[in-house]
Ligand binder design. Structure first.
Ligand SMILES: Cc1cc2nc3c(=O)[nH]c(=O)nc-3n(C[C@H](O)[C@H](O)[C@H](O)COP(=O)(O)OP(=O)(O)OC[C@H]3O[C@@H](n4cnc5c(N)ncnc54)[C@H](O)[C@@H]3O)c2cc1C
Length: 296
């Protein structure tokens, strides 16, 4: 059996670079001052989906909701091996909390059509709630396996997954379709392929035609550029609220019951110390912990 995989990915500000002008006076993140990156655990989710496709056949479709520049993570997904990518972008999505975000994503997944597996990162490094994956599963009415670390078996419409929990490991069996949220110890994401980067370097959404025409004026007009991209499978589709048949009252600010009342700075003081054995194992453990906390 082959598997139709959908991966939900988010473009995030690189919160490991918070310094200088990266914070606004009101305590919110100045997104423009930080580089935008692929949410780290979404790379693990993408890698898990690519491994399923490579082993069993099928497709990997990557979906992100975000502003026009979120197309960057979709190009990166193509360079790393995704078959199809879709940008969900509309001013009507702006100001969404996790409830409105997961509603829009659920509508988009339904528009994609039949699927077997949805992969999400466990958590985004900016919002940090870890709510979106589980909420999408709830809204689609499918089972979810959170903290997924290893797919132990995938046979027909049954999957067995090992979950990485703070106090150990749990093995869970589940029927498809289902949604997994993937942890950063699951795998080592493959790097972008140079061959694919050459093939997809012009992949663009219609929202980027202006910039593309400035860089390559020889295309002449947006119509000629579009014909060129469509013919070569390089046009990244952009879906709006209308395209996914969403109820507008459940999108963006209107659909977001969460209100941020106050933002506090938290300064973490040192509370203790930990001795690291001066051997290879001790150093490897330290490096793993630093990577897990995004310090490295
Ligand atoms: C009142 C309120 C207003 C907000 N307004 C804005 C705003 O105007 N602009 C803004 O950028 N943010 C806004 N946010 C933040 C926004 O709600 C969250 O960034 C978003 O819902 C995702 O939550 P999270 O970052 O905690 O993701 P998590 O739940 O931690 O993410 C888990 C996983 O879900 C998937 N996922 C999460 N988000 C997306 C996405 N967008 N596309 C595809 N997959 C995804 C990824 O696989 C990710 O690893 C607002 C939040 C609140 C509470």
């Amino acid at each position: 059996m082959t598997y139709r995989c959908v991966v939900l990915v988010k473009q995030v500000p690189d919160t490991t670079q918070i310094r200088g002008k990266a914070m606004n006076e009101d305590g919110t993140v100045n997104r423009a001052a930080l580089p935008a990156i692929f949410n780290p655990e979404d790379l693990n989710a993408l890698e898990m989906a690519l491994q399923v496709r490579d082993r069993h056949g099928g497709t990997v479709t990557v979906l992100t909701m975000g502003p026009p520049r979120a197309a960057d993570v979709l190009r990166e997904a193509l360079y790393r091996g995704a078959d199809k990518v879709i940008l969900l972008s509309d001013r009507k999505f702006a100001g969404a909390d996790t409830l409105a975000t997961s509603y829009a994503l659920k509508c988009a997944v339904e528009r994609i059509g039949a699927f077997d597996l949805i992969f999400c990162g466990r958590q985004a490094i900016d919002g940090d709630t870890a709510q979106v994956g589980p909420q999408v599963a709830e809204k689609l009415g499918i089972p979810q396996i959170t903290y997924a670390e290893t797919i132990l078996s995938l046979d027909g419409d049954e999957i067995v997954v090992a979950r990485a929990l703070p106090l150990g490991r749990e093995e869970v069996k589940c029927s498809l379709p289902c949604l997994l949220t993937v942890v950063n110890t699951a795998n080592r994401p493959r790097p972008p392929s140079v061959r694919r980067a050459m093939a997809y370097k012009l992949a663009a959404t219609p929202l980027e035609y202006g910039a593309l025409l400035e860089a390559w004026p020889e295309f002449g007009s947006p119509e000629a550029l579009e014909a060129y991209l469509v013919e070569r499978g390089l046009q990244i589709p952009v879906w709006t609220a209308a395209d996914i048949g969403a109820d507008e009252s459940m999108l963006g600010l209107a659909g977001s019951p969460t209100k941020v009342l106050k933002i506090n700075y938290v300064v973490l003081g040192s509370t203790g110390s930990k001795e690291i054995p001066p051997d290879d194992e001790g150093i490897a453990q330290l490096l793993q912990e630093l990577a897990q906390d995004y310090i490295l």
